[in-house]
Every structure is written in structure tokens, then in C-alpha cells.
Design a protein around this ligand. Structure first.
Ligand SMILES: Cc1cc2nc3c(=O)[nH]c(=O)nc-3n(C[C@H](O)[C@H](O)[C@H](O)COP(=O)(O)OP(=O)(O)OC[C@H]3O[C@@H](n4cnc5c(N)ncnc54)[C@H](O)[C@@H]3O)c2cc1C
Length: 477
């Protein structure tokens, strides 16, 4: 007799492990299957996010920003350091230790919540059976009342720039450089491309970003994207828009990239090239031919608004389904599905998923952009407050950027909060909370904010919506 579970989760990334813990907390007999082996060759939970995504990239961003500060701005505070140097292997080892601690922490949580962990490749068979193939090729089949597919995503590869993880790397390889490249090319000016560009630019690398689209950060509020392009360019990133890579040639430890732009064919030579052109869902050998689960036209597993697939009792969450490829979106879908399996009426507000680009300044956004609202014909009032007018930002010598609050012109309800500036990720979350509770700009304006705090910029931007900001001259409405 095969073992039977109430819930079997395939994949232990932020979607899968959170779903498994939540299901177990709700009293369901739960198993999770994972196959990923970390750097030490041992099973590592946490998926892309903990192993090669959110956390390691932020560890490198923080290290490189500290270097940048020591190098560039300590002297403004009267601190002299002598020569500042970066030991890249130590920076990378610190990142690896953080990853190890966190993935180990997830393993402990899985155990503490009574979730059964299986190591191996999981595959959904017909009739909600799940086959596990271990590393030695042995197989076992489990039975489930419910299955949650959480197999995640992996980097998109493009034929003109085949990844060798030495000279041409993807986002995973870019987390493990052992020295600072002299010249770095980055294909793709998306979130991952810009974050990785920032890491190495801060350490002294000459970075060129090649972006095929003509527009910079097209999904971000236009005013914010314009400011971001200006600031990042000033920081030394060479951002080439409309630059389509058509080929690469690796010679020794360098790569020459051929691309076309409005002026014709060009080429540039780099010491490293990062390919960061997006991610695609992982579905290889995940579903038996007769599993009944269908895919959408873009190769993601088809799900409804509640992450139910075409097979009753089978769900899919996270990067392997439609929507933003973000860890917190995956986790919240995991919670929603576990609760629905347990019989609760859970749902998710897909309109209020914050998104952050961890450059410096950070770029963070929730809700709709001004251009999207205008395209929908919604009349809006907009309030903007620059960090240059924030006492806290001035004290921190971190005054680039602004907070923008967009409210419905008729109802004053906040429809979007967009921030470029220090701690934008934290500020935008305050906007998200306000929006979740249906706040108007006036409500936000009436709140008492601590002084001095960066969040006062959110307060002032909300006041500016109706022309009542205190610490800037209001535009005539
Ligand atoms: C460099 C980088 C930086 C990022 N930064 C951020 C950020 O700052 N914030 C943010 O929100 N998001 C960020 N992301 C995106 C984030 O990592 C993903 O959105 C998130 O990890 C998706 O979670 P998931 O659980 O759906 O899938 P994943 O994290 O990809 O996990 C899927 C897991 O399933 C396992 N698996 C797959 N198939 C099988 C199978 N058949 N059997 C067993 N196991 C299987 C995989 O080994 C993997 O461990 C970043 C990504 C990258 C690459």
C-alpha cells in the first residue's frame, strides 16, 4: 500500500514550502518533495528565492553598497578609512553562509510543523498519485487527496548568448564571480539585470546594459522610470535601449557581443556577460501525459483565480503559473491554496502585489501606474513629494527620488503608490496596507507619522494629492 497524504506539494520554494507549512498548521497530513542540491551537494530547500534569487542577490547588493558608502560617502560624515578594498571571495562566502542558514531554517520549520519531506523528483500521475524518483533512480508512488504543483521557474536562455557559467553567465552564475570584472555586459534591463548591474558597478566594474526594448522599465510608472534611468546612468550604468543582441563570440576569458540598434550593427567586448532576459516556468517531466493538467498558451500551468488547475484537487502556485514572478506572490498563493483545501474561503488580492527593484535608490510600486489609469480613462489626482525635502533623507545624505501617490479624482481612493528612493520597499508596503483598507489620500494625510522618518514623504505625497503638502510648494490644482 502506498502512503496517502491530504496534501502533497511538489517543490519547496517560497510557494511550496509555505503551502506545506500552512497545510500542516491547518491539520492536514502533508508531504513536500524537493530535489535541489545546494553548493555543498546536499538537499537545499527554499527554491530559487533562498538559494539563487532574492536572498543571495540582496546579500551582494548590501555588501557592495557598504563598499560604495565607505568609498564614496564616509568622508562626507567626517570618517576617514584609508584605502578601502573589496575581497570578493569573502563577500561571496558571506552570501553563501546566509543562504545556508536560511535554507537550514526552512528545513527546521518543515520538520517542526510535521511535514514529511521527500528528496527526489516529483511527478504528477493520473488520479492524484505522485511518483518520486530518487537520485539513484529508485521510485515510489504516493497517494494524495490534493496536490500542489510549485516547481517554479528558471532563467530563459537565448541562442545568441549561450550560457557557459564562466564568461557568459545567467543570474545564478552572476552571484558567484570570484573577482571584480573590468567590463561587464548585461543583457536585459529588467529587475534582475539592474540589481546585478548595481552590485558590480558599485565595486568598480564598467557596466553596459543592453536592452532590446526602446523603453526603460515599461511596466513601472513613467515618472519613476524616467527618474530611475537618470539616477542609474549617473551612477555609471551605461544603459543602451533598443539594443538587440544577435551573437556572441567567446575568446579566452572575454566575450564580444554583437548587437543591432537604430544605427545598425555594433559590437562590444566584455570580461563577463550576464544574460538576464527573463524566467520561464519549470514543467519538465512534472506531469504524466494522462495527468489531465492543462497549460496556458505561454507554457505556464493553467489555473483559475484560486490556483485550481483543470484537475479537481490539483493546484499550482508561484512562478509556474500566470502573474508576477515574485516570492511573496508565490507564498501568498501557497497560503490561499492550503486554506481552500482546508475548507476556508481564502482569496488573494492580485491588484495589490508590491514589486521592488533593489537598486539604490530602491524602486517600489503597488497598484496602478498613472499611464495605466489614464489609458483606462480614470481621472486621477497625483501627489508627489521629493526626498530632497525630507529631513530624514537629508540627515542620511540619501535624497534622490520621490514618493508618488495616485488617487481617484472622484472618490479620492488611493489607486497607486510609487516610490523611488531610500527604503522604498518599506514605504510602498505602507501604501499597500492603506490601499488594502480602501484608504483615501485624505485618510493617509490625516494619519500621524513619526518625525523624522522617510515615511513622512508618503504622508506629504498623500497631502499633495489635494494640494495640501506642508513641506513643498503645492502645485496649483
Ligand atoms: C537573481 C534573482 C533575484 C530575485 N529577487 C527577488 C526579490 O527580490 N523579490 C522577489 O519577490 N522575487 C525575487 N526573485 C524571484 C523569486 O525568486 C521567485 O519568484 C520565487 O522563488 C518563486 O517561487 P516558487 O516557489 O514559485 O519557485 P522556486 O523558488 O523556483 O522553487 C521551485 C522549487 O521546486 C523545485 N522543483 C522543481 N521541479 C521539481 C520536481 N519535479 N520535483 C521536485 N522538486 C522540484 C525546484 O528545485 C525549486 O527548489 C528573484 C529571482 C532571481 C533569479
Amino acid at each position: 500500500m502506498s502512503q496517502k497524504f491530504d496534501v502533497i506539494v511538489i517543490g519547496a520554494g517560497p510557494g511550496g514550502y509555505v503551502a506545506a507549512i500552512k497545510a500542516a498548521q491547518l491539520g492536514l497530513k502533508t508531504a513536500v518533495i524537493e530535489k535541489y542540491k545546494g553548493k555543498e551537494g546536499k538537499l537545499a530547500l527554499g527554491g530559487t528565492c533562498l538559494n539563487v534569487g532574492c536572498i543571495p542577490s540582496k546579500a551582494l547588493l548590501d555588501s557592495s553598497y557598504k563598499f560604495h558608502e565607505a568609498h564614496e560617502s564616509f568622508k562626507l560624515h567626517g570618517i576617514s578609512t584609508g584605502e578601502v578594498a573589496m575581497d570578493v571571495p569573502t563577500m561571496v562566502a558571506r552570501k553563501d553562509q546566509i543562504v545556508k542558514n536560511l535554507t537550514g531554517g526552512v528545513a527546521s520549520l518543515i520538520k517542526a510543523n510535521g511535514v514529511t519531506l521527500f528528496e527526489g523528483h516529483g511527478k504528477l500521475l493520473a488520479g492524484k498519485k505522485v511518483e518520486i524518483t530518487a537520485a539513484d533512480g529508485s521510485t515510489q508512488v504516493l497517494d494524495a487527496e490534493n496536490v500542489i504543483l510549485a516547481s517554479g521557474s528558471k532563467p530563459v536562455e537565448i541562442p545568441p548568448a549561450p550560457v557557459d557559467q564562466d564568461v557568459i553567465v545567467d543570474s545564478t552564475g552572476a552571484l558567484d564571480f570570484q573577482s571584480v570584472p573590468g567590463k561587464l555586459g548585461v543583457i536585459g534591463a529588467g529587475v534582475i539585470g539592474l540589481e546585478l548591474s548595481s552590485v558590480w558597478a558599485r565595486l568598480g566594474t564598467e557596466v553596459t546594459v543592453l536592452e532590446a526594448m526602446d523603453k526603460f522599465l515599461p511596466a513601472v510608472d513613467e515618472q519613476v522610470a524616467k527618474e530611475a534611468q537618470k539616477i542609474l546612468t549617473k551612477q555609471g550604468l551605461k544603459i543602451l535601449l533598443g539594443a538587440r543582441v544577435i551573437g556572441t563570440e567567446v575568446k579566452g576569458k572575454q566575450v564580444t557581443v554583437k548587437f543591432t540598434d537604430a544605427e545598425g550593427e555594433k559590437s562590444l567586448t566584455f570580461d563577463k556577460l550576464i544574460v538576464a532576459v527573463g524566467r520561464r516556468p519549470v514543467t519538465t517531466d512534472l506531469l504524466a501525459a494522462d495527468s489531465g493538467v492543462t497549460m496556458d498558451e505561454r507554457g505556464f500551468i493553467y489555473v483559475d483565480d484560486y490556483c485550481a488547475t483543470s484537475v479537481p484537487g490539483v493546484y499550482a502556485i508561484g512562478d509556474v503559473v500566470r502573474g508576477a514572478m515574485l516570492a511573496h506572490k508565490a507564498s501568498e498563493e501557497g497560503v490561499m491554496v492550503a486554506e481552500r483545501i482546508a475548507g476556508h474561503k481564502a482569496q488573494m488580492n492580485y491588484d495589490l502585489i508590491p514589486a521592488v527593484i533593489y537598486t539604490h535608490p530602491e524602486i517600489a510600486t503597488v497598484g496602478k501606474t498613472e499611464q495605466a489609469l489614464k489609458a483606462e480613462g480614470v481621472a486621477v489626482n497625483v501627489g508627489v513629494f521629493p526626498f530632497a525635502a525630507s529631513g530624514r533623507a537629508m540627515a542620511a545624505n540619501d535624497t534622490a527620488g520621490f514618493v508618488k501617490v495616485i488617487a481617484d479624482a472622484k472618490t479620492d481612493r488611493v489607486l497607486g503608490v510609487h516610490v523611488i528612493g531610500p527604503s522604498a520597499a518599506e514605504l510602498v508596503q505602507q501604501g499597500a496596507i492603506a490601499m488594502e483598507f480602501g484608504s483615501s489620500a485624505e485618510d493617509l494625510g490625516m494619519m500621524v507619522f513619526s518625525h523624522p522618518a522617510l515615511s513622512e514623504a508618503l504622508h506629504e505625497a498623500a497631502l499633495a494629492v489635494s494640494g495640501h503638502a506642508i513641506h513643498i510648494a503645492n502645485r496649483k490644482k
